[in-house]
Design a protein around this ligand. Structure first.
Ligand SMILES: NC(=O)C1=CN([C@@H]2O[C@H](COP(=O)(O)OP(=O)(O)OC[C@H]3O[C@@H](n4cnc5c(N)ncnc54)[C@H](OP(=O)(O)O)[C@@H]3O)[C@@H](O)[C@H]2O)C=CC1
Ligand SMILES: O=C(O)CCC(=O)C(=O)O
Ligand SMILES: [Mg+2]
Length: 474
C-alpha cells in the first residue's frame, strides 16, 4: 500500500495491471490525471467531461473511470511548496496505477528547471512517443490536400539530446571537459583529424543506444503490422549523413532489426526494388539489376560496383523465395529518409508515408510540423508508451497567452483521451468521441484557431462550448 503525503486515491475503482507490456483493465480503472499549467485549466475539464460522457453513453453503468487528481508544475508548487514541481506523490501514483493522462507543463528556456514532461517520460521509461497526424474533414488548412497526410510520428522518447547532459559555456567543469576533448580525446581519434571545439562553447551530449533505438523501432514495426495496404510502411527518419554514429546508427539498427527479427514480415526499400526489377524481367542480369537500383552506377568505381552487385546477389539468394513473386507487396516496407528531406516530403508527397520512426529531437520538430498540415496544434494528440506505464498528452505546450480564457482548442487533449481509451480497449467510447469531434468540425462548430482560418471565417466556440458540441454529436 503506497503512503501518499497529500493525496487521497479514490475509494472505489481498481488498478490497471500490466502483463507483457499490455494493460489488463478492470471495468472501473483508477486513472491519475495532471491538469497542467497554462491552458491546462481550460483544456482538462473540457476533456474530462467528454471522456466521461462517452463512456456513459457507450457502456451505461457497466464501466467508469475513477479519476485521481495528482499534481505537477505550478499547481504542485501551490500544494507541496516552492520548487516541488514534480512531487514524490505524483511519481508514486503513476507508478501504482500505470496509465495516466496529463495537460501541458511549462519548461523555462535557458536556465531553471529541466522539463517535467521529459522527466516523466524518462522516469517511467516511456520510450515511444506516438503522435498520429490525420485530417478531419472540414478542418481549414494551408494545404490544398491535407487529407493526403495520415502519418503517425513514432518519436524515441528517452534518449538523444533530451538526456539533459550539458554544460553552460562558463561552467568550470564544461571548460575542463572541452580542454580534455581538445587535448586528449580528439587527437587520439584519427578520424577526427585536427578538429577543435571553440573555447567558450556550451556543450551537450547526444547518446543514442542500440537497445534504445531498437525497442522503439520494434514498436513502430509492430504497429505497422496491424495496418493495411500501403500504410504497412515504416520510414526511419535520421540525419545520419551528418551525425553518423548516432542518427546514422539509428537507421542501421532499424534495418538490422527489420531484416532479422521481422525478416518474414518486412521488406526494405532497396530489396523491394531488386525483387520488383526481377519480377518485371525474370532474365535480368545481376549487373543490370544493380544499374536499375543505382542510377549513378556507370560512374562508380569498380569496388563500389562490386558492392552493389553483391547486394543484389545476396537479396536474390536470401529472400527471393520467401519474398519474391509479389509477396513482398503485402509486407511492411521499411525505408529511410534524411530528416530535412522528410519535412518537405510530408508536404509534397504526404500520401507516400505512414509511420515515421524518429529520434527524439527530430520527432519533436516533425510532430509539430505535421500537425500544422492537418489543422494545427489544437488537433495533435499523443501517447507516451513504455512496457509498464503509459501517459497520454497533447503534442502542444501550455500556450500561456490563451490560459484561463476558455478559448483554446481542447481537441488535442480530447484526442489524447481517445488514444487512452483505445489503449485500454474501450473502443466504443473512443469511437463516439471521434465521431462527435469529426462532426463538430464538419458543422463548423470549432474554437478560434480553426474558426479564423475557415472561409468565410466563423464565429468561434469557446473551449467548453466545443466540448459540449462534441458531446451533442456522439
Ligand atoms: N508536453 C508538454 O507539456 C509541452 C510543453 N511545452 C511547454 O509549453 C510552454 C509554451 O510553449 P510554446 O512554445 O508557446 O508552444 P505551445 O505549443 O504551448 O503554443 C504555441 C502556439 O501554438 C498554438 N496552440 C498551442 N496549443 C493549442 C491548442 N490547444 N489549440 C489551438 N492552438 C494551440 C497557439 O498558437 P496561436 O496563439 O497562434 O493560436 C500557441 O500560441 C513552454 O514552456 C514549453 O516548454 C511545449 C510543448 C509540449
Ligand atoms: O517539455 C517541454 O517543455 C517541451 C516538450 C515538447 O516540446 C514535446 O514534448 O513535444
Ligand atoms: Mg514539442
Amino acid at each position: 500500500m503506497v503512503h501518499y503525503e497529500k493525496l487521497s486515491p479514490p475509494t472505489t475503482g481498481e488498478k490497471i495491471k500490466f502483463n507483457n507490456g499490455l494493460p489488463i483493465v478492470p471495468a472501473n480503472p483508477i486513472i491519475p490525471y495532471i491538469r497542467g499549467d497554462g491552458t491546462g485549466v481550460d483544456i482538462w475539464p473540457a476533456t474530462q467531461k467528454v471522456i466521461d460522457q462517452a463512456i456513459e453513453k457507450a457502456y451505461g453503468i457497466d464501466r467508469k473511470i475513477e479519476w485521481f487528481k495528482i499534481y505537477a508544475g505550478d499547481e504542485a508548487c501551490d500544494l507541496y511548496g516552492t520548487y516541488q514541481y514534480l512531487p514524490k506523490d505524483t511519481i508514486e501514483a503513476i507508478r501504482e496505477y500505470g496509465v495516466a493522462i496529463k495537460g501541458p507543463l511549462t519548461t523555462p528556456i535557458g536556465g531553471g528547471i529541466r522539463s517535467l514532461n521529459v522527466a516523466l517520460r524518462q522516469k517511467f521509461d516511456l520510450y515511444s512517443c506516438v503522435r498520429p497526424c490525420r485530417y478531419y474533414q472540414g478542418t481549414p488548412s494551408p494545404h490544398k490536400h491535407p487529407e493526403n497526410l495520415d502519418v503517425i510520428v513514432y518519436r524515441e522518447n528517452t534518449e538523444d539530446i533530451y538526456i539533459g547532459i550539458e554544460w553552460e559555456s562558463n561552467d568550470p567543469i564544461g571548460i575542463k571537459l572541452i580542454e580534455h576533448l581538445n587535448n586528449d580525446v580528439i587527437p587520439a581519434s584519427p578520424s577526427l583529424k585536427n578538429r577543435i571545439i571553440p573555447q567558450g562553447s556550451g556543450i551537450g551530449i547526444k547518446p543514442v543506444s542500440k537497445d534504445g533505438s531498437q525497442r522503439h523501432i520494434r514498436r513502430a514495426i509492430q504497429h505497422a503490422l496491424k495496418l493495411n495496404g500501403n500504410k504497412r510502411h515504416v520510414t526511419l527518419v535520421h540525419k545520419g549523413n551528418i551525425m553518423k554514429f548516432t542518427e546514422g546508427s539509428f537507421r542501421d539498427w532499424g534495418y538490422e532489426l527489420a531484416t532479422n527479427e521481422f525478416r518474414n514480415e518486412c521488406i526494405t526499400e532497396r530489396e523491394s526494388w531488386i525483387l520488383s526489377n526481377l519480377e518485371q524481367n525474370p532474365r535480368l542480369s545481376i549487373e543490370n539489376n544493380a544499374k536499375l537500383i543505382d542510377p549513378g552506377y556507370e560512374s562508380l568505381t569498380k569496388e563500389k560496383k562490386d558492392i552493389i552487385c553483391n547486394e543484389v546477389q545476396l537479396v536474390i539468394n536470401n529472400i527471393h523465395k520467401t519474398h519474391g513473386n509479389n509477396k513482398w507487396k503485402k509486407m511492411v516496407l521499411v525505408d529511410d529518409r534524411i530528416a530535412d528531406s522528410i519535412f518537405q516530403q510530408i508536404q509534397t508527397r504526404p500520401q507516400e508515408y505512414s509511420i515515421l520512426a524518429t529520434l527524439n529531437l527530430n520527432g519533436d520538430y516533425i510532430s509539430d510540423a505535421a500537425a500544422a498540415i492537418v489543422g494545427g496544434l489544437g488537433m495533435a494528440p499523443g501517447a507516451n508508451i513504455g512496457d509498464r506505464a503509459a501517459i497520454f498528452e497533447a503534442t502542444h505546450g501550455t500556450a500561456p497567452k490563451h490560459a484561463g480564457l476558455d478559448r483554446i482548442n481542447p481537441g488535442s487533449v480530447i484526442l489524447s483521451g481517445v488514444m487512452m481509451l483505445e489503449y485500454i480497449g474501450w473502443q466504443e467510447a473512443a469511437d463516439l468521441i471521434t465521431k462527435g469531434l469529426s462532426q463538430s468540425i464538419y458543422d463548423k462548430q470549432v474554437t478560434y484557431d480553426l474558426a479564423r482560418l475557415m472561409e468565410p471565417p466563423q464565429s468561434p466556440l469557446s473551449c467548453s462550448e466545443f466540448a459540449n458540441a462534441v458531446i451533442e454529436r456522439f
